[in-house]
Design a protein around this ligand. Structure first.
Ligand code: HXC
Length: 519
C-alpha cells in the first residue's frame, strides 16, 4: 500500500500528466494543421520557466451530462500566470485537443478565476483562443459560463489591458469575449471568427462562402476591422503580443515603461529630411508613415489596424523612450479624408490610449469628411462624432502637428486646442480654413467671377488671394489656436520637450457615472 505522500506523488506526476490534454495523437493533429498546442503557445509566450499553472487538476463536469468516458484533467483550458520580459501577465490558453477546446462550466470558472486575479493584481490578461464554442453536452451551463466571462471582460475594460489571440475556430457567441477586449490578433489561414458559419449563411442568405472568406484573418483585418493584427503564423502572432505589451502599462493606474534611447540624429534631434516631405502641389500625396517613422525613436513605430481604413494610420511608438499613441491622417489613401471606418478606427484607439495613460500625438493632413450618400446613409454623422467625442474626453497629454490640410469640421475634430488638446503646432505648409481655396473662392467671389471678362482668370486670381489670406497657419496662430508655427525639421525636438513638459498633467473631469459616446 503506498503511503499518502506516495499516493500524492503518483497523482501529481504519472496519472495527472497522462490525463492532461487530449493526448499526443490530437497534438500531432494540431501540428499537422500548422497549429501549436495550448501549452506550447504558453511556452513561446512567457519568459522561460516563469509559468505557474492554476487549476491543473480541475475536472470537467461534462460527465454529469452523459459523457463519462473521458476524464481530462484541467478541462479544455490551461490557465495561470507568468512573466513577459519580466512583467507579470495572466494567460488562458484554450486546448483544442480536449472536446475541441469547447467551453464548459469548469472551464469558464478557470478563466474567470484568473481574470479576477488579473484585476485584483493589476496586470494584463492574454487569451489564446482555439475553441469549438459552447460545449454542446453542457447546454445552458456553458452559455452561462460565456456570459460570466463577458461580464468580467466588461468589468476589466479600462482597468487592465485585455488582449485576444485567435489561433483556431472562434464562432457563435464566443466571438463576443474577444470583441470586448482591447486588441484582437488573428493567425492567417488557421483561425476564423464569425457569429454564424458558412452552413447557416448558405441556408439563410443562399451565399456560398468559405470559413476563410467569411471570417478569416484577411477578411477581418481589411473588411470588417474586427481584428487589429493579421499574423502570418502563430509565432509571429506571439511575437506581436509581446511587442504590443511593451508599449502598455500594467493597468490604468500605471504608466507605460520608459525605454533608453539615443539622440536620433546626433544634431540636436534636427530632421532636415522633413523639410522637403510636403510636395509643392498641395493635391499631391505623400506617406504619413514616413513622417511618423522619421519623427519617432528608431524602429519604434508599431502600427495597429494596418490594413483597415488605411486613410488613417494609428499605432504605438516611442519618443525619447516614452510610449505614445499616434493618429495620423494618411494623404496617400483617399487624400486622408475622414470617413466612417477611419473615424471608428481612430476613436477606439484614442479611447484605449486614454484609458491607459498613453499620451497622444496627432499628425494632421485632412481635407474634411467624405461626402456622398453612402457615407450619409450609413451614419457618418454618428460615426464621425465618435472620434470627436473620443478626443474631447481624453485627458492624457495631447499634441497635434498640422502638416498640411486642416479643413472644415475635421480641423476641430483632429485634436484641436478647442477640444482640449494641450499643444497644437503647424508647419509653414499648413492650410487651416473652412474649406479648400477653389470651393471657397467660387462661393464668396461668385458675383465677381461670373461678371468678369475672363471668369477663369478671375477665379485663379481669387484662389490665389484666398490661399494667401486664409489658407495658411498664421491666422490660427494670431488667435493662439496654433501655439507655434515650426519648421518640420524641429518637430521631434519640440515634441520631446512638450511631452516632457506635460508629463504631470492632471485634468479633473466633471463628476458623472459615465458619458454617452454616440455608439
Ligand atoms: C463539444 C466539441 C465541440 C463542441 C468540437 N467538439 N466542438 N465537443 N462541444 N462545441 C469535439 C468534437 O466532437 C471532436 O471530438 C473534437 O472536438 C474535435 O472536433 P472535430 O469536429 O473533429 O474537429 P474539426 O474537424 O477540426 O472541426 C472543428 C469545428 C467543429 C469546426 C470547431 O468541431 C465544429 O463545428 N464544432 C461545433 C461548433 C459549434 O457549433 N459550436 C457551438 C457554437 S454556438 P472527438 O472526441 O470526436 O475527437 C456557441 C454559442 C456560444 O458557441 C454562445 C455564447 C453566448
Amino acid at each position: 500500500m503506498p503511503n499518502s505522500k506516495e499516493k500524492y506523488t503518483v497523482l501529481a506526476t504519472k496519472n495527472a500528466e497522462a490525463l492532461l490534454g487530449g493526448g499526443q495523437d490530437r497534438i500531432d493533429a494540431q501540428h499537422k494543421k500548422g497549429k501549436l498546442s495550448a501549452r506550447e503557445r504558453i511556452d513561446f509566450l512567457l519568459d522561460e520557466g516563469s509559468f505557474e499553472e492554476i487549476g491543473k487538476f480541475v475536472m470537467h463536469r461534462t460527465r454529469d451530462f452523459g459523457m463519462d468516458k473521458q476524464h481530462f484533467l484541467g478541462d479544455g483550458v490551461v490557465t495561470g500566470y507568468g512573466t513577459i520580459n519580466g512583467r507579470l501577465i495572466y494567460v488562458f490558453s484554450q486546448d483544442f485537443t480536449v472536446f475541441g477546446g469547447s467551453l464548459s462550466e469548469a472551464y469558464a470558472e478557470k478563466i474567470c478565476k484568473i481574470m479576477d486575479l488579473a484585476m485584483k493584481n493589476g496586470a494584463p490578461i492574454i487569451g489564446l483562443n482555439d475553441s469549438g464554442g459552447a460545449r454542446i453536452q453542457e447546454g445552458v451551463v456553458s452559455l452561462a459560463g460565456y456570459a460570466d466571462i463577458f461580464y468580467k471582460n466588461t468589468q476589466a475594460s479600462g482597468v487592465i489591458p485585455q488582449i485576444s489571440a485567435i489561433m483556431g475556430p472562434c464562432a457563435g457567441g464566443a466571438v463576443y469575449s474577444p470583441a470586448i477586449t482591447d486588441f484582437i490578433m488573428m493567425v492567417e489561414n488557421t483561425s476564423y471568427m464569425f457569429v454564424t458559419g458558412p452552413n447557416v449563411v448558405k441556408t439563410v442568405t443562399h451565399e456560398d462562402v468559405t470559413s476563410e472568406e467569411l471570417g478569416g484573418a484577411s477578411t477581418h483585418s481589411t473588411k470588417s476591422g474586427v481584428t487589429h493584427f493579421s499574423c502570418a503564423n502563430e509565432i509571429e502572432c506571439i511575437n506581436n503580443l509581446k511587442k504590443l505589451l511593451s508599449y502598455l502599462p500594467q493597468n490604468c493606474e500605471d504608466n507605460a515603461p520608459m525605454e533608453d534611447y539615443e539622440e536620433k540624429t546626433g544634431a540636436g534631434e534636427s530632421l532636415p529630411s522633413l523639410d522637403s516631405i510636403i510636395p509643392e502641389n498641395p493635391n499631391q500625396p505623400y506617406d504619413m508613415r514616413e513622417v511618423i517613422e522619421t519623427v519617432v525613436d528608431k524602429d519604434s513605430f508599431f502600427e495597429v489596424h494596418k490594413n483597415f481604413a488605411e486613410n488613417i494610420v494609428v499605432g504605438f511608438a516611442r519618443l525619447a523612450g516614452r510610449s505614445i499613441g499616434i493618429v495620423g491622417n494618411q494623404p496617400a489613401v483617399l487624400a486622408g479624408v475622414l470617413d466612417i471606418n477611419s473615424s471608428t478606427k481612430a476613436a477606439r484607439f484614442v479611447r484605449f490610449c486614454d484609458s491607459f495613460n498613453i499620451p497622444l500625438l496627432v499628425l494632421e493632413d485632412v481635407p474634411g469628411f467624405l461626402p456622398g450618400t453612402d457615407q450619409e446613409w450609413h451614419g457618418i454623422i454618428t460615426n464621425g462624432a465618435k472620434l470627436l467625442y473620443a478626443f474631447c474626453e481624453a485627458t492624457v497629454p495631447r499634441i497635434t502637428v498640422i502638416t498640411r490640410k486642416a479643413y472644415g469640421g475635421a480641423y476641430d475634430v483632429m485634436n484641436s486646442k478647442h477640444i482640449g488638446a494641450d499643444m497644437n503646432y503647424a508647419w509653414p505648409t499648413a492650410e487651416i480654413a473652412v474649406m479648400g481655396a477653389k470651393g471657397a473662392a467660387e462661393i464668396i467671389f461668385k458675383a465677381e467671377i461670373s461678371s468678369a471678362e475672363n471668369p477663369t482668370e478671375k477665379l485663379n486670381e481669387k484662389v490665389e488671394e484666398y490661399d494667401r489670406k486664409f489658407a495658411n497657419p498664421y491666422r490660427a496662430a494670431y488667435r493662439g489656436y496654433i501655439d507655434e508655427v515650426i519648421m518640420p525639421n524641429e518637430t521631434r525636438q519640440k515634441l520631446i520637450r512638450a511631452f516632457k513638459m506635460l508629463e504631470n498633467k492632471v485634468v479633473v473631469a466633471p463628476r458623472k457615472k459615465h458619458g454617452n459616446i454616440p455608439l
